[in-house]
Structure formats: structure tokens, C-alpha cells
Ligand binder design. Structure first.
Ligand code: HEM
Length: 475
């Protein structure tokens, strides 16, 4: 395997940078009103690439397209159908998907402010600016777009200094993306030990992923690209690679009931502030300032795993960060006996078992690029959750369905993610309103009656194209 060459000029910057210095941002969810005007504007939009810059750009524009947007922009049906099935059917497009994601009850897409039915976004513009520069930038973009698009949602964001509305430091854990292609899947040591590195193909289409395989992506007969606008596929040089240097972007508007969260914590701990902090930290798996409950010594806030805490006595098995990235395993701890372990892994080979354990975390990583929001005098607050991944089904949907929204996880049952879980009883497992947090002296400690703290208000699945692919789609 040779070191990969990535054409950073073709990659949208958001894949490489969080734009942390660009503390102002707004996301515009648009519907095409005038196809020709929309195509013309998008074709010349100043979309920022991932090349390193000497100085920070004052403003940054990123463009993502929804599946309905491809049709609205006049992209041929067979080209649009070449994208992944979950992108094609959309975040809110199938009742079965909504049920699995926990988008039922209060989260039902029928009640979303945007992102379902006639309010499905065609195009998503993400605008970022250095302090003080967003207003003019947005005004310029909005006026340029006015004839082409209708704004279905204007998602403002707020800079809370890295703290999300419940009061916890966010954005600490991110996978380290292997842009240089030095990660080797044959390197047992790297693959078997939990590490934070991830192959480029986990996030950027057209490269090798953690299976050592090229990502699924839309590949076209070169006759569909007579001008040679698209790169040729590395693994199929006879095909034009529409996916290369792109990614899938998942956006979910997650409203947080901050008062409800604080009230419930206070009630559950009888107003004892110290106990309240401990309970809240147990639900997240980190303290408010970000220290992992599993412990990281002086190695840094993200250098830890759960090997030394198999029963969740330090960090509960069901804590948000442990569900969202179990790091070593999402296997039930069980009795720990050899026979039980063999039965649970359905295998008799210790190496294979370790492979499985690490694979469970390694294959489901997300690049998180969300921003907080606070509107209507802080009466409505939350997170515009943004995740980038190369495979929506294996990454975002797996994390959300099998780990966060599942009432069966790591040997737990009758409980879902304590922060994010949907408590509606429409799921097969009934109302999952408990949270187990065992300790040495209270092995069965379990909170019950958790209300729902987070409600989905909108969202969508988008394709964040490489810049050549964007141009191709608009030709
Ligand atoms: C309002 C909603 C949410 C809140 C308040 C929230 C809050 C947090 C906090 C405080 C952390 C710890 C900081 C860190 O490790 O970076 C965290 C980590 C994380 N969250 Fe969330 N989160 C939310 C939604 C989600 C969703 C919807 C997903 C995925 C489907 C998700 C996936 C993750 C992941 C993967 C991590 C890192 C875990 C690790 O690698 O240790 N979060 N979140």
C-alpha cells in the first residue's frame, strides 16, 4: 500500500477543520425555488477547501446537498440513485428508520420544525465567520440566494466556549483522521489496541476504510463525465468517482430541556448539590470540566479506555460517552467465566475475540462538528448535532440505534442513553426510563423515572461533495 495522496483542494474544509476560531456560524436549510438560478449560484459559490492556509480566512462557506436536492437541481435519477440507500431515502424518509433512531413520540418527524415532508432541506449552507463578521457575510449570501432558494430553516448558533447547554465540556473526543495514509490494517498492534486513529476512508469517500477496503460511493461510467471533471476511482480506474473527497453529513437539531435536566437531577439527589454533580457526571461519563470518570491520569482527557472498569463501577456502562464510543467493547460483562466468554463471542479463538472487541468501537466513529444554539431568550436551547461519516448506516445510524437508543446495551436492559434517550413507549422494549450506576458499595444502584431531556426538532442526511463533484453535479 502506498501513502495516499489527498487532493486537499478538492476536499471541503469541514472534514479537516472544526473552524473553532470561527466562533460565529449559521446553517441555512434551503429548498430550490428556481432551478437555473440555484445551479448558477452553487456553481460559483466560494466553497472553502481543506488546504492549509497561512492566515485564518475571515469567512467560510460549506455546501451540502440532500437527496431531494439532487432531484430538485436536475441531477439525473440514475446518478442520484448511486448514493447510499440511507442517504437516498433520507433521515425522515422511512417510518422504520425513524423507529430505530428513536424518532418516535415527541421526536416524531411529523412534528419537526423542518426536515420532513415539504420541509425537507434540498441544500444546506454552513456559514462560519471570525468574531463580528458573520452578519455581513450571511446578508451577502442570503441576498445572492434570494431568487434561487426558499429558506426552510435558519439555524443560528451560539458560542458557549465549548460548553454544551447542560453544562458539560463538549468536543473533547474526536477520531484522529489518518490524512497521510500511514495506518496499516495489517498492523496487529494498532488494530487490536484501542486507539484514536482512524483511516481516512471512515470519513472521506474514495479511500480505504478500517476494513482495508475502498468505501462504498457513487461510481459512474466515464461516458457520464465526458469533460473529465471527476477524478477516476483509485480502485476502479475505468470509473469516474463522484464520491471521492466527499462525505456524508448528518444534521440533527436536538433541543435540550435544560431546566428539566437540572430539576430532575436536584429531585433525584434531594437537593444535595455534590450528589447532583456526581449523578450528572455519571450520566455523561465525564465531569463538567471533561475528566473521564474512567480515569486518564495525566495522559490527557482523551487517552483512556474502559479496560480497567469492565463493570462500570467508575464510569457507568450506560453513560453517554461510553455508549457513544465504548472504546474497547460493547459486550456484556457477564460472569467473566471462560465458557461464558466463549459462548458470548461465538468463537473459540482469543485473537478473533479481541478483534471483535476492538472492532466494535473502531468501525463506528464519528467526526463531530456540531454547534450549540439558544433562541427566544434562551427558552429554547440545544445542539445542532453535525456528524461526518463515510457510511451513515455503519457509523451514525449504528451509534444512534444500537448504542444510544437501544434498550439493550452492554448487558443493560430497560434503559437507553440517559441524556438523549427517547422515553416514548412506542419502541418494542417499552418505556426505557432507568439508569444503572453501580458502585462498590451499591452494586444495584439504579435511578428510575428519567424524563426525556432531548427532543429532535429537525434534521437531514446530506452529501458534502468534493469540489470537483459539486461542479460536475451542476454542469
Ligand atoms: C443534545 C445532545 C447531545 C449532548 C448534550 C451531548 C453531549 C456530549 C458530551 C458532554 C460529550 C463529552 C465530550 C467529549 O467526549 O467530546 C459527548 C461525547 C460524545 N457524543 Fe454526545 N451529545 C449529544 C448528542 C450526541 C449524539 C446524537 C451522538 C451520536 C449519535 C453523540 C455522540 C457522541 C460521541 C461519539 C462522543 C465522544 C465519545 C468518546 O469518544 O468518548 N452525541 N457528547
Amino acid at each position: 500500500m502506498t501513502t495516499q495522496q489527498v487532493d486537499l483542494a478538492d476536499v471541503q474544509g469541514l472534514l479537516r477543520y472544526g473552524y473553532k476560531h470561527h466562533t460565529e456560524s449559521v446553517f441555512l436549510a434551503l429548498r430550490v425555488r428556481d432551478r437555473a438560478a440555484a445551479r448558477a449560484w452553487l456553481a460559483q459559490a466560494p466553497v472553502a477547501n481543506a488546504l492549509p492556509q497561512k492566515a485564518l480566512p475571515a469567512t467560510v462557506l460549506q455546501v451540502a446537498l440532500g437527496a431531494e436536492g439532487l432531484a430538485a437541481l436536475g441531477v439525473a435519477d440514475d446518478v442520484a440513485a448511486a448514493f447510499s440507500p440511507e442517504f437516498v431515502s433520507g433521515l425522515a424518509g422511512l417510518p422504520e428508520r425513524s423507529r430505530r433512531l428513536g424518532d418516535t413520540g415527541a421526536n416524531d418527524p411529523a412534528d419537526w420544525a423542518w426536515g420532513s415532508g415539504p420541509r425537507t432541506a434540498h441544500v444546506l449552507l454552513l456559514l462560519y465567520a471570525l468574531p463580528g463578521l458573520l452578519e455581513a457575510f450571511e446578508a451577502m449570501i442570503q441576498s445572492q440566494c434570494a431568487a434561487a432558494f426558499d429558506v426552510v430553516a435558519r439555524l443560528t448558533t451560539i458560542d458557549m466556549g465549548g460548553i454544551e447547554p447542560f453544562g458539560f465540556t463538549d468536543g473533547i473526543s474526536q477520531p484522529e483522521v489518518d490524512w497521510d495514509g500511514t495506518r496499516r490494517m495489517g498492523d496487529e498492534d494498532k488494530v487490536l489496541r484501542y486507539g484514536n486513529e482512524a483511516c481516512l476512508g471512515e470519513f472521506v469517500l474514495g479511500y480505504r476504510n478500517e476494513y482495508g477496503l475502498y468505501t462504498d460511493r457513487p461510481l459512474l461510467d466515464p461516458q457520464r463525465d465526458p469533460q473529465g471533471l471527476l477524478p477516476r476511482a483509485e480502485d476502479h480506474p475505468d470509473q469516474a468517482d463522484l464520491g471521492r473527497n466527499g462525505s456524508y453529513l448528518v444534521l440533527r437539531q436536538l433541543e435540550q430541556d435544560v431546566d428539566g435536566f437540572r430539576r430532575w437531577i436536584a429531585d433525584a439527589t434531594h437537593g444535595d448539590a455534590t450528589e447532583g454533580e456526581l449523578l450528572a457526571a455519571a450520566m455523561v461519563g465525564r465531569t463538567k470540566t471533561g475528566e473521564p470518570l474512567a480515569g486518564c491520569g495525566d495522559r490527557g482527557l482523551n487517552r483512556f479506555d474502559y479496560d480497567a472498569d469492565p463493570d462500570g463501577l467508575r464510569c457507568p456502562l450506560g453513560a453517554h460517552v461510553r455508549r457513544a464510543n465504548p472504546r474497547t467493547a460493547d459486550m456484556p460483562a457477564g460472569t467473566g467465566g471462560l465458557v461464558s466468554q466463549l459462548v458470548r463471542t461465538l468463537g473459540f479463538d482469543a485473537t478473533a475475540r479481541r478483534h471483535d472487541l476492538v472492532a466494535s468501537a473502531r468501525l463506528h466513529r464519528l467526526l463531530r462538528r456540531g454547534r450549540e444554539y439558544s433562541v427566544d431568550g434562551a427558552t429554547r436551547q440545544g445542539l445542532h448535532f453535525v456528524a461526518l461519516n463515510a457510511n451513515i448506516a455503519r457509523q451514525f445510524e449504528f451509534v444512534q440505534t444500537a448504542w444510544i437508543a437501544s434498550a439493550h446495551f452492554d448487558g443493560l436492559s430497560g434503559e437507553v442513553d440517559p441524556l438523549l434517550g427517547t422515553r416514548s413507549s412506542s419502541s418494542a422494549s417499552g418505556t426505557a426510563d432507568a439508569f444503572s450506576r453501580p458502585s462498590d458499595d451499591q452494586p444495584n444502584r439504579r435511578e428510575t423515572g428519567l424524563p426525556q431531556f432531548v427532543t429532535v426538532r429537525g434534521g437531514g442526511y446530506f452529501f458534502l461533495p468534493g469540489l470537483r463533484a459539486l461542479r460536475y453535479l451542476l454542469e
